[in-house]
Design a binder for this molecule. Structure first.
Ligand SMILES: N[C@@H](CCC(=O)N[C@@H](CS)C(=O)NCC(=O)O)C(=O)O
Length: 213
């Protein structure tokens, strides 16, 4: 039996939920309310000493960190695959690199931007807003370039695309139009991702400034 300890607005938890849905795995969702500091309680720290969601428990196995959880799910439940096949080492590492890039250089920045633009205008640091905005736009331009001639970032739909999906879905809420600046490749990529129920079901989850890192 799989149990997922998660907080709905957490983009890292959303990565795991996309993978669980793609692999048609059933699980019990245990909400850890970050706003109530439930992630700092001793019973949760016993699962993850770093006090972060998501955490996945599969029978006797407890795993934290979305990337490691998704690797575990890929190993234990390989169908349908969300990494290029063993032997396609270059494409596999490309998928992993993009997942890591999303986690470190996109998701936290979008979270920080959400936090900043959610402040009352008088308290907003406009320079910071501009800096974060530019950083997100640069990533989008880069992805648009990397998607040229490709349906997805690393061969078929994979953990690379999963990594970007959660925050890509909320950019519109903070006034970033992914299709602007002739980013037609991103526009097509997003539409292709939204054809999947695993991604579509995340739509409407409020953009909250949870990012961690
Ligand atoms: N690298 C981790 C990041 C997880 C993370 O930062 N989770 C945030 C919520 S989105 C969290 O639990 N933050 C609580 C804290 O850091 O105190 C992953 O990929 O799972």
């Amino acid at each position: 039996m799989i149990k997922l300890y998660d907080y709905l607005a957490c983009p890292y938890g959303q990565k795991v939920r996309i993978v669980l849905a793609e692999k048609a795995l059933t699980y019990d969702l245990v909400t850890v309310d970050l706003r109530q500091n439930e992630h700092r309680k001793p019973e949760f720290l016993r699962l993850n000493p770093f006090g972060r969601v998501p955490v996945l428990v599969d029978d006797d196995t407890t795993i934290y960190d979305s990337t490691i959880i998704n690797e575990y799910l890929e190993d234990e439940y390989p169908e349908p695959p969300l990494l290029p096949a063993i032997g396609m080492s270059a494409t596999r590492s490309r998928a992993r690199s993009f997942e890591d890039f999303a986690d470190t250089s996109f998701t936290p920045q979008v979270g920080q931007l959400i936090a900043e633009v959610s402040k009352p205008e008088a308290e907003r640091d406009q320079n910071r807003v501009q800096r974060l905005h530019q950083s997100v736009e640069r990533v989008l331009d880069y992805l648009n370039h990397e998607l040229q001639g490709n349906n997805f970032l690393a061969g078929e739909f994979s953990v690379a695309d999963v990594g970007f999906a959660p925050r890509l879905l909320v950019l519109g809420d903070i006034g970033i139009d992914v299709a602007m600046n002739n980013r037609a490749n991103i526009d097509g990529w997003l539409k292709r991702m939204l054809e999947r129920a695993s991604i579509r079901n995340l739509q409407g989850v409020a953009a909250e400034a949870v990012s961690g890192g």
